[in-house]
Structures are given as structure tokens and as C-alpha cells.
Write a new protein. Structure first.
Lengths: 224, 251
């Protein structure tokens, strides 16, 4: 049976999407080795593996959820492009939803497929352009950014991030946050040497939070 | 030349620039194909133009917010690598957290003064590996998943319209992650210089508190004053305010 032009488009989009995703993956994973070769120090694979076990698993689960939830919203072209270009939750998804609402496209339709792809491609190009211009302007400021006076600021990037994230996530469910925060504070207080393994402590802390969330969910179901 | 200086050298710009240029080309290619397909199925070009214009204007402000993220990471990883990560695949909260975890495994801190060549290449590898799964799932399962959905009709989040456990589990997972870090700052302050002496470093706590307060301010302005555009700057802006507090505290 002869395929419609739209079916042909979808089939070739999957082919192209898979090819460029694999190429992007090779470049992104290869870059640290190329840079390592140039710097004369290849990545420490054992340390990277330990790091992956401590934080990577969280992001892997998050990626599964993102794949299952966002792919139907974005369609084929939009999804390949969104996963390649990143910044999904903070930019690509709301951007595509905004464009879709503007033209009143419905999930699963050809119109939605086209609009999502156009929206995400545009969004990626604008981000790339803004960042390229911004970085070009930043380069002359490099000596200032690397000055000793500013080093305390850059040494505190991680606490700055987690302060902002603490407000963002704790307010979603303060009661759920209390127990893991109290347990972690107690552990780090009684065993201060654990500070050098904070990322590993995400595992028990996350397990406590998810366990409590499950209890809350079950209770809600029984009541509801 | 220090490691940090090498990380902002022309070679680094060339390596990262090639990947950014490749992704820009891919975006252009997908855009051109979607435009042609839209015309072929009879979509109104004015509608497609409106989607492109709306997406471009929608993205401008968040992109400036992402640029602030490049500034935040540039002090420890140089400019080109954060530029690549935040242009192509990453997100600010992800990049900082994974970079910090990798540094920790190497016994380093995520700072420019402590950065070593191997430290950087390991951090860069972990940053790449941890966030590639969406791309991998899409490559392996995307076609079948979308085909199944189109056969079964539109996917519903939940038949009763209630959020499932997935949403709550995601929130809980992030609460657990944040609790571990905030707990470590509290523990380091309370017992960092001897058990229960309260003489440990308070700078991370101060920075986290300022950053959280700033986030509260951004959120209040967004939710109560309707300044939704501020959402795009909330995390990066809060981080920068927290980092400024670290500089002032160090004076």
C-alpha cells in the first residue's frame, strides 16, 4: 500500500533522528576523551563509575519518566530534537506547549508533530545564538571571572544551587522533606567524615523520601 | 598556563564549537523538513510562522537565564565546556550537581583553584554519561512507543485525572537529593571542627540560605505579582545572589 507523504515524513524523521542522536552521543561522550588526550590526562573511569552510581541513577530514572511523559506531547521530530538539545523542563516543553496552544494543535495529530518540531528547533537555535553571543562577550571578562576576589563565589556554586532547589522542592511537600533532612543532618553531624561522600548519601536520603512518599500515596488512595 | 586557563583556550572552543555547530545544523535540518512536511499536508504557513515567532520570543529570556548558568560554572570549568553543555543537552541544576559528584569521587572540590586535568576530563565524562539516557531511550524505543500510542489513542496521565505516584516519586527523589546536601552543610557547620562544637564552615549554609531566600522572592513575584517571565531567571538568579553572598562573606 502506498504511504502518504506524512507517513513518509514520519518514517524518515525516525531514521534521521536515530542517526543524529547516535552521532551526538558519540561526540558528547567522545569529547571528554579528546579533551583528556589534549590535556594529557584521560578520565578516571573508576571515579566516573562511582559518580554514576551515586548520582547517575537518579538522572536515569528521571530520563525514563521524561521519555514516557514528553514523547507523546512532542511527537517524533520534537522528541529527538528535545532530547538532543536539552533544557526540557525549564524551556523546551513550555515553549512547545505555548506554540501548540497558539495554533490549537491536538496531541497525536500531524499538526502537533509539525508545530512541536518547528517550536523546539526554533527554541534550540535561539538558545545557541544567545549563548554564542553571550560567550563571545564573556571572553574578554575572563580575567575578572577568574580573579581571586571572585573565587569564593565560584567555590560555592553547589551550595548556591542546592539552596535554590531546597526552596523549590521543599515547598512542594514540607512534611515529606522534614524526615530525610533531619536524618541527613543527624548523620552528617555524628559522622562529619561523610561530607566527602555526600553524593553517595543521596541514595539513602532518596530512599527514605520515596518510601515516605509511597506511604503517603497509599494513604491518599485508601482515603480517596 | 593553569588548567583553568587551558579550559578556556582556543582548542577548547574549537572542540566544543564543532559540537554546538553540529547541533545547530541538526536543528535547522529538522526545522526545514517540518516546514516542508507542514506545507505538504496543507497546513497554513501563517500558522507555522506564528509558531516559529512565538517560540523565538518565548526562548529569548530563558536563554539569558541559561547564559547566567554558563557564568556560574565558568569559574570552575572554564567557559567553553559549560557553553557546550548548556547550549546542547544539559540543564543548569543537572550540570552543577553531576560535576560536583564527579569532583567528590576524585577527592576534589568543584572550584577553579582545585581543578586538575584529570579532574576535568572525569567531570566532563560523567556530565555527558549521566544525561544521555533520554536520547538513548528515544533512539531505541521512540518509534515503537509513538506507534503504540497512535494505535491506542492519546495517552492519558491518569484515568481519574489525579497525579499518579510517578509525580510524587520524582518530587521525593529530588527532596532526598537536596536533603543530603543541605544536611551535609548543617553537619559540617555543627561538627566540622569537632563533634557538636558549632565551629565548622558556615559559608555554604549562608550561601544556601541566601539562594533559598532569593528563590522564595522570585517565586513570590512570579506567583503573586504575575511576573511569570521571572521563572526563567529564578534558579540562575538565586544562585548568583548566593554566590555574591559568598564573596561578601569572604571580605
Amino acid at each position: 500500500m502506498k504511504k502518504t507523504p506524512y507517513e513518509d515524513y514520519l518514517r524518515s524523521t525516525h531514521r534521521l533522528g536515530r542517526a543524529v542522536s547516535i552521532l551526538t552521543l558519540v561526540m558528547l561522550v567522545g569529547a571528554p576523551f579528546v579533551i583528556g588526550g589534549w590535556l594529557g590526562a584521560m578520565p578516571d573511569l573508576a571515579a566516573a563509575l562511582r559518580g554514576f552510581v551515586s548520582v547517575g541513577l537518579v538522572w536515569t530514572v528521571s530520563s525514563v519518566v521524561e521519555f514516557l511523559v514528553y514523547t507523546p506531547m512532542l511527537g517524533a521530530g520534537g522528541s529527538y530534537l528535545a532530547f538532543i538539545t536539552g533544557n526540557l523542563i525549564n524551556m523546551k516543553i513550555p515553549c512547545a506547549m505555548n506554540a501548540r496552544d497558539m495554533v490549537d494543535a491536538k496531541t497525536g495529530t500531524a499538526e502537533n508533530e509539525i508545530i512541536s518540531t518547528l517550536s523546539i528547533a526554533t527554541s534550540s537555535l535561539v538558545t545557541i545564538l544567545v549563548l554564542a553571543v553571550g560567550v563571545a562577550l564573556l571572553t574578554p571578562l575572563r580575567p575578572l571571572l577568574q580573579s581571586p576576589a571572585l573565587q569564593p563565589a565560584f567555590d560555592c556554586v553547589v551550595p548556591a544551587l542546592f539552596g535554590a532547589m531546597a526552596y523549590k522542592y521543599f515547598r512542594k511537600d514540607v512534611r515529606l522533606a522534614l524526615i530525610p533532612l533531619a536524618v541527613m543532618t543527624l548523620l552528617f553531624t555524628l559522622v562529619p567524615s561523610l561530607t566527602s561522600s555526600t553524593s553517595f548519601m543521596i541514595i539513602p536520603s532518596g530512599a527514605i523520601a520515596i518510601g515516605l512518599a509511597w506511604l503517603k500515596f497509599r494513604r491518599g488512595q485508601k482515603e480517596g | 598556563m593553569t588548567v583553568l586557563e587551558r579550559l578556556s583556550s582556543g582548542t577548547m572552543y574549537a572542540i566544543c564549537g564543532v559540537i554546538v555547530a553540529f547541533v545547530a545544523l541538526v536543528s535547522l535540518l529538522f526545522m526545514a523538513r517540518a516546514w516542508r512536511a507542514g506545507k505538504a499536508i496543507g497546513m497554513d504557513p501563517a500558522k507555522m510562522r506564528r509558531a516559529v515567532t512565538a517560540s523565538a520570543t518565548f526562548t529569548l529570556l530563558p536563554s539569558v537565564g541559561i547564559l547566567l548558568g554558563v557564568i556560574a560554572l565558568s569559574g570552575s570549568l572554564g567557559i567553553p565546556w559549560p557553553w557546550l553543555r548548556l547550549s546542547v543537552i544539559g540543564a543548569l541544576h543537572y550540570e552543577t550537581q553531576v560535576a560536583s559528584a564527579a569532583a567528590e569521587q576524585l577527592g576534589l572540590e568543584l572550584s577553579g583553584s582545585a581543578m586538575t586535568a584529570q579532574g576535568f576530563s572525569t567531570i566532563a565524562l560523567l556530565m555527558s554519561v549521566c544525561i544521555m539516557w533520554g536520547m538513548i531511550f528515544m533512539t531505541i524505543f521512540g518509534r515503537r512507543y509513538l506507534a503504540r500510542l497512535s494505535r491506542g489513542g492519546e495517552r492519558k496521565a491518569d484515568s481519574a485525572g489525579k497525579p499518579g505516584f510517578g509525580d510524587l516519586a520524582m518530587t521525593a527523589m529530588f527532596i532526598g537529593m537536596v536533603s543530603a546536601y543541605i544536611g551535609s552543610y548543617l553537619g559540617a557547620f555543627i561538627s566540622g571542627e569537632g563533634l557538636l562544637t558549632f565551629r565548622g564552615s558556615w559559608t555554604p549554609l549562608l550561601v544556601a540560605a541566601v539562594s533559598a531566600l532569593a528563590m522564595a522572592g522570585f517565586t513570590a513575584l512570579s506567583e503573586r505579582r504575575g511576573l511569570k517571565w521571572l521563572d526563567s531567571f529564578a534558579i540562575a538568579g538565586s544562585m548568583l545572589l548566593g554566590m555574591i553572598a559568598a564573596v561578601l562573606a569572604g571580605q
